[in-house]
Each structure stands twice: as structure tokens, then as C-alpha cells.
Design a protein around this ligand. Structure first.
Ligand SMILES: [Zn+2]
Length: 270
């Protein structure tokens, strides 16, 4: 059994001098797949270099910064998206979304919604998963997601209550749980309210670390799994297995794992 970090920012420019160290540390600790969220052209170039270097470890999702209100980023990043999906380089859309604690101006919020809709419409057309950051904006985010009838949804940085979360889980949506669960009571409650079937592990590297002010890194998904196991009173192996299976199914990576048994082990033998 191995771990998957479904959401990290390893392509950020400021991490490029330590990214090899972060990936090696993760691999040594059985975190074998890292899904890198790309949010600019520069990050895309960095991510492609990582993909070349670690072809079976690094996969990409394409999105844009939540405070980038230009349509230009969308146009440029999605230019070759169909080819990149066919080649199993890009496995989803994200990080995109709404963050009303950062964006307060109503006009900018409307632009952010329009950009989100643009990305979601593409995801719906291509039938690939979306990773949606929703912070203090659940009503709008959920309404927009529902209007596209999307099934393959990961809610990230979700700050809402358990009732809203349960309704989202009924839609078949997932919640990616970051290392901040170590101290965040809201995240702990969220995990207790949801089934393992709806959970994924993420580092959100370098954000949402295990303690305040501590940068997060992919290896921290191990802490997340341990905390989930403790909260749900189940063996940690069960948490890892279910979260990994959830991620492989959602991002359509089962074949990659099946075809590379020497690296990933016999995950689907039993
Ligand atoms: Zn993120």
C-alpha cells in the first residue's frame, strides 16, 4: 500500500530549489504519487520538468490562482489540454475556486465566478475531475458546481459545516484533507462526519501545514492518514488503502498502477 498526495504546489517557483528533496523524501516514505496543482504558465513549465524527471510520480491538474482575474491564463494553460490528458500528464482541473475571505469586492467575486464557470464547463466537456477551493463561499461554489452536474469533484480548503459537507458527499463529491487537520477542529469534525469513501489525502504543500506557520510537504499526508484513523477509530492501513483507491479511481490512474507493479506493488491483486 502506498500514499497519494492529491493536491500540492510543487511547481511553485519558490520551491524549485528544494523540490527534488521534497519528492525524494516523499518517495522514501511511501508517498508514491503527487498530483501537482498548476496555476500559471511558469508553474506549468516547472511541472513539466518534474513530470519528465519523475514520470510515474508526478501528475498535473491545471487551474489558476484565485486572485488571477484574467481569462488569459485559462486560454494559455488549456491550449493543449486534450493531448495532455491522452498522454496521462494532466489528470484533472484545479486548483480553481472561490475564496471570499481573500476576494471581498462584489465585482471581482463575479469575475471569479465567471472564470470558475469557464474551467468547470471545460471539465464537464472533457469529463475529468475538478479540484475546487471553496473558502467562505460554499453557497456560491456548490450552486455553480451543481449547475454543471459535475460528479468528479474534490472540495479543497472547505471551511463549511458538517451538514453542508454531508450533502456534498451525497453528490459523490470528495474532500481532500490537509495536514492542518492536526490542529483544525473544523477539519476534525469534517472527517468524523464523512465516510472514508469520500476522503482524499493532500499536503497542499507549502500551505496548510501540521502546525501554524510550518510549511506543509507531501510526506505529511502520512500524518493526515494517522489523524483520520485516530478520529474514526479504524486501522491506519484501512485509511490509506481507501484514500488511495479513491484517488486512483477519481483521477483514472488504476492502469498506471497495474502496469507498474514493480514500483507500486500488487495493489489490485486481492
Ligand atoms: Zn492548494
Amino acid at each position: 500500500m502506498f500514499y497519494i498526495d492529491v493536491h500540492c504546489h510543487l511547481a511553485r517557483q519558490e520551491l524549485q530549489d528544494q523540490v527534488d528533496k521534497l519528492i525524494c523524501e516523499a518517495l522514501e516514505n511511501n508517498v508514491k504519487i503527487m498530483i501537482v496543482s498548476v496555476q500559471s504558465e511558469l508553474e506549468f513549465r516547472n511541472a513539466m520538468k518534474l513530470k519528465e524527471k519523475y514520470p510515474l510520480t508526478i501528475f498535473l491538474t491545471l487551474g489558476q490562482e484565485l486572485t488571477d482575474f484574467t481569462i488569459d491564463t485559462f486560454t494559455k494553460l488549456t491550449k493543449n489540454i486534450e493531448k495532455l490528458i491522452r498522454e496521462k500528464i494532466v489528470v484533472g482541473i484545479g486548483e480553481i475556486g472561490l475564496d471570499y475571505s481573500k476576494v471581498k469586492d462584489p465585482i471581482l467575486r463575479n469575475i471569479a465566478k465567471a472564470i470558475l464557470e469557464k474551467w468547470l464547463s471545460l471539465a464537464s466537456k472533457l469529463d475529468i475531475p475538478v479540484i475546487v477551493h471553496t473558502h467562505r463561499a460554499h453557497r456560491d461554489s456548490i450552486e455553480i458546481l451543481k449547475s454543471f452536474s459535475l460528479r468528479k469533484v474534490v472540495l479543497h480548503a472547505f471551511s463549511g459545516g458538517t451538514e453542508t459537507a454531508k450533502k456534498a458527499a451525497e453528490e459523490g463529491w470528495y474532500f481532500s484533507i490537509p495536514p492542518s487537520i492536526m490542529h483544525s477542529k473544523q477539519k476534525q469534525k469534517l472527517v468524523q462526519a464523512l465516510e472514508l469513501d469520500n476522503l482524499l489525502l493532500e499536503s497542499d504543500c507549502p500551505e496548510l501545514g501540521p502546525s501554524y506557520g510550518e510549511p506543509s510537504k507531501p510526506v505529511h499526508v502520512r500524518l493526515v492518514a494517522e489523524k483520520i484513523a485516530e478520529l474514526k477509530k479504524v486501522p491506519v492501513d484501512e485509511v490509506v488503502r481507501q484514500c488511495t483507491v479513491n484517488a486512483l479511481r477519481l483521477f483514472r490512474l488504476e492502469d498506471v498502477v497495474r502496469e507498474n507493479v514493480e514500483l507500486f506493488g500488487e495493489l489490485f491483486s486481492s
